[in-house]
Design a protein around this ligand. Structure first.
Ligand SMILES: [Zn+2]
Length: 404
């Protein structure tokens, strides 16, 4: 059992305390950790990271709950001596942040029970936001916002939050939000007229201290609804980030902040129309380009025209259009390649009367490019990563056709 007296149990706003060092141990990590006869430091647990602070002039970087020794205070810097009287100091901004998120979670979880009879099954406090997993079926924006509204109403009513110690038997008679696996005395947190649940964490003195709650997003996860929320100072920080994002986006369109989504939607629609227009223009230019290439084509012995060419940065669609424009001419073979930053692509095609197995030629060429591809005897495509070999691969295929 724990041997440390927990000062944060009775006063979560206590930031300075005196204590005696009862033990010093070296951690596997090489850090030194001390135990105290009493502490105001909350150790990691219940989904909440630990407090940090100072013991005299030594930094406390983490506190860990252990079964045998109580709360371990992991130190960075000079160690302390067993028996020494020390002054402990909790980092208040971090404690305030944690108790805002944690108390906010009590309130939000109870709001989901009140409105939808949906229990909270998990809680994690992360760096910038927290998550709860709620047994809420078919979640909608509307349902979630209803719970957020109720939670904020309770916060702004500034209700008192009480800590009560009860026996297991007394607890069994009370309408607790969740059961506790703990034996012996139970510590109950009561948000006046709203929520009653067993908890060993650090809480606000009144609900007003939580400030506000906002939900950032939600998703279905493992049969539950995972809700990503922020409370108190984090809600303000998150608002600042979101506002900055929205404003920098709207500035690009020279419109008001809230008009940005409409501007983005218009831009995407325009972009779609441009893409369509480019595709249809490409068909026209491909026909013109094909004429040009044919005028320079190599004539094979059976009077088939062979067009072999490597382009820079030409996408698959455009390469395909050009090959189609070429083989629309009788007795024509097209061996086309395109070189991009990290990949080469190939398309080999012939008109129906021309001879040659494009599939076999392309497979061999792709091997030279350390890639693969395939198709039919009259049309095949592929590519590879060895872009330096692209010219050589096309020359090899041309040679096969001129020699045959
Ligand atoms: Zn709690």
């Amino acid at each position: 059992m724990s041997t440390t007296e927990r000062l944060y149990y009775s006063d979560s706003h206590l930031t300075e305390f005196e204590a005696r060092v009862t033990g010093v141990t070296e951690r596997v990590s090489g850090w030194v950790a001390v135990t105290l006869d009493r502490t105001a430091f909350y150790p990691t647990g219940g989904g909440q990271p630990s407090d940090t602070g100072m013991l005299d002039d030594t930094r406390v970087i983490e506190c860990i709950e252990t079964e045998d020794e109580g709360v371990l205070h992991v130190l960075q810097g000079r160690s302390l001596e067993v028996g020494a009287q020390v002054v402990g100091q909790i980092d208040w901004p971090r404690r305030l942040d944690h108790l805002q998120q944690h108390t906010g979670q009590h309130i939000l979880s109870q709001a989901f029970i009140n409105l939808f009879d949906a229990e909270t099954r998990g809680f994690r406090m992360l760096d910038q936001y927290s998550e709860i997993d709620v047994a809420l079926d078919a979640p909608t924006e509307e349902k979630i916002e209803k719970a957020v509204e109720l939670a904020n109403r309770v916060i702004w009513e500034d209700r008192a939050i009480h800590v009560r110690q009860v026996t297991k038997e007394e607890a069994a008679q009370l309408p607790l939000r969740k059961d506790s696996a703990r034996e012996g005395e139970l510590r109950l947190i009561e948000i006046e007229g709203f929520d009653l649940s067993p908890c060993g964490g650090t809480h606000a003195a009144r609900t007003g201290e939580v400030g506000m709650i906002a939900v950032r997003s939600f998703e279905r996860a493992k049969g539950l609804t995972r809700i990503d929320f922020v409370a108190g100072n984090r809600a303000l920080a998150d608002y600042r980030r979101a506002n900055h994002t929205a404003r920098s986006c709207s500035a690009m369109f020279s419109v008001g902040r809230d008009e940005a989504p409409a501007s983005v939607a218009r831009l995407l629609e325009e972009n779609k129309q441009f893409s369509r227009r480019i595709r249809s223009l490409e068909e026209v230019t491909a026909r013109v380009e094909a004429e040009e290439l044919l005028s320079e084509a190599q004539m094979l012995s059976d009077e088939t025209k062979l067009c072999a060419r490597v382009f820079e940065n030409r996408d698959a669609e455009s390469l395909k259009k050009l090959s189609q424009a070429l083989i629309a001419h009788p007795k024509t073979i097209a061996l086309l390649g395109s070189r991009e930053r990290d990949a080469a692509r190939l398309i080999f095609a012939r008109s129906p009367e021309a001879h040659g197995d494009m599939n076999a030629l392309l497979r061999e060429a792709c091997q030279m490019l350390d890639g693969r591809g395939g198709g039919r005897p009259d049309m095949a495509q592929g590519g590879g990563s060895n872009i330096d070999k692209l010219n050589e691969a096309i020359e090899m295929a041309s040679r096969h056709l001129t020699d045959s």
